[in-house]
Design a binder for this molecule. Structure first.
Ligand code: SF4
Length: 93
């Protein structure tokens, strides 16, 4: 697990990218695939956080700009995605 200051810094950077992307969310399908991957990952914790980046994944997995913290990543950012906008419903709706 990262140090707290590094975790806060990385979260701020991720939030900035999310803002630059217009705070857009992934589709329900992409969100489901991401969360299913996290839930079955050895780094997923009982508090639903990622043991590598420290982020709360039910929130961060919604952001298009977010990528899995593992190396290699188990899922990728979807901004500039191949999917059509509105092809699915936003998971926050
Ligand atoms: S972000 Fe990646 S490493 Fe972290 S819990 Fe999800 S799948 Fe695992």
């Amino acid at each position: 697990m990262k140090g707290f200051a590094k975790m806060v810094w990385d979260f701020a950077e991720a939030l900035k990218k999310h803002g630059n992307d217009g705070f857009k969310h992934v589709t329900v399908t992409d969100y489901t695939v991401r969360m299913s991957t996290c839930v079955n990952c050895e780094h997923f914790t009982k508090t639903q956080s990622c043991g590598l980046c420290g982020c709360h994944m039910p929130v961060k997995a919604r952001w298009r700009t977010t990528q899995c913290a593992d190396n290699p990543p188990k899922w990728l950012a979807t901004n500039g995605s191949k999917r059509k906008e509105g092809a699915d419903t936003d998971p926050s709706d």
